[in-house]
Design a protein around this ligand. Sequence first.
Ligand code: ADP
Ligand code: MG
Length: 500
Amino acid sequence: MNDSSLWSLFRLEALAEHGLDAYLQEIAQQCALIFNASGSSIFLEGDSPGRFEVRGKSGHQSTVPTGAEITVGNGVAGQVAATGSPRLLGLLNDEPELADLRSLSANKIKSSMVVPITEPQGDVIGVLNLSRGFSEPAFQYEELEQATALDTHVGLAVANAHLMESLRRNVFEARVAGEKLQAVLDAVGSAVIVFDENRQTIEMNAAAEAYISGEGRSWDESSGVTPVLSCAVAKVIEAEDPGSVRAHDQESDRSWVVQGVPVGSGGCVVTVLEVTEFERAQREADRLARLAEIGQMSATIAHEVRNPLTGIRSAAQMIRQDPEMGKEFLGIIEEEAVRLDKLCEGFLSMARPINLQRSNGNLGESVSRSVTLLQSTYDEKGVTLIAELGSCPNMNLDFDTVEQVVHNLLLNALQACEPGGTVRASVAGGALVVEDDGVGMDDEVVANMFTPFFTTKSNGTGLGMSNVRRIVEAHGGDIDVSSEPKRGTIIRVIFDRSQV
Ligand code: ADP
Ligand code: MG
């Protein structure tokens, strides 16, 4: 037996380079050399319990077929695997119990040693099978002892091999996971930078690289980042609860949102998303919306102003033609001037912010005052107005504006009704409900009814409901509309959510 070749069992180069099977193959070869065996094979525990499969073989007489198996407990090798005791076998052909070994090696062997391979913990994890042919001397007992002494070495080498293999697998998996993560990070549109607990950059994706020009991979002005952005990133990294910061660089008119998420180890993951284009688009959209509003308003103003002006002009013409009629037509001029004045007042009130004068009062009383004021108008059209004023607690509201709301709602309800219709105004639990059985509204009208100047009436101003919304919003309230064409409308108003 050659001692230096024993050490070769612990050489892990084959394993590191070619994997466990190449390594086992080398062990089989070394064992064949050490014991002058013409056949050497290693069987190792496989995936299925109780079965050992051939993993390495060597020697010119080794005819063990690939995929050969040993079942623990069966045959000589199976007995060795089950008991952990080595066996020395003589003239195999003469020993009928060795049929399994003969079948594994195609009847060519004469003498053989079967040695268990034992793990450092003592478990049998495989079997080493060494054989010599007819022309060679049979194995001796001392050789069996040497082989048995070798068994833990081989077991250790296999355990090493297993460790090495799982290490290789882990390294490989870690690398694959790392590559996957990098691919995901690179696919993300925003820049992602990982800082360690010392605020040093340790990782970044492709988008972040774009911010870092030059050397040093540091996140500061010298790396090409604008001062505003590097300042925002510093703020996020330094913050105890990072959150997000918006940065705007006036010089280049660029904006970013910088967001930080702390990591357990004390570092921080920072994402930087440039929102310059988004903000520009937003500003452009706002500008277009304002232009559209101004356009709509100008059209309304032009329309509303032209009617009274036409009236005034024709009245003036009539007076010029026949000064006798001056008295009558001056009245018209005066009326139209008043209409223009009201119109201006309406426009101005739209633009004016509401300054609420709250006082302690009762919503029911406001409703009953509006009902009294409008009663004769309802009677003229033949529409019934029912007021149901249940008990209502006193509230702190601006009751002048509250009455404007009630008045507008009752007027719209009246205008929606045919003669014979009914409007019900009720107050309960701090909420006002106005219900009519008039023309109702489709979804489009409901969606637009609060827009200034939106009206479906030939003589409407379209300012009533937008004023209602302004007043209710100023109080901190809500308006709920449910309506069905030809069936009617229910409008529910809570003036101040905090008081109901
Ligand atoms: P105006 O009454 O001058 O038309 P409003 O702002 O008061 O303006 O109302 C806007 C539009 O909402 C009305 O033109 C009408 O189409 C619709 N509307 C409001 N209240 C009702 C209602 N109770 N029933 C049906 N339609 C309504
Ligand atoms: Mg109205």
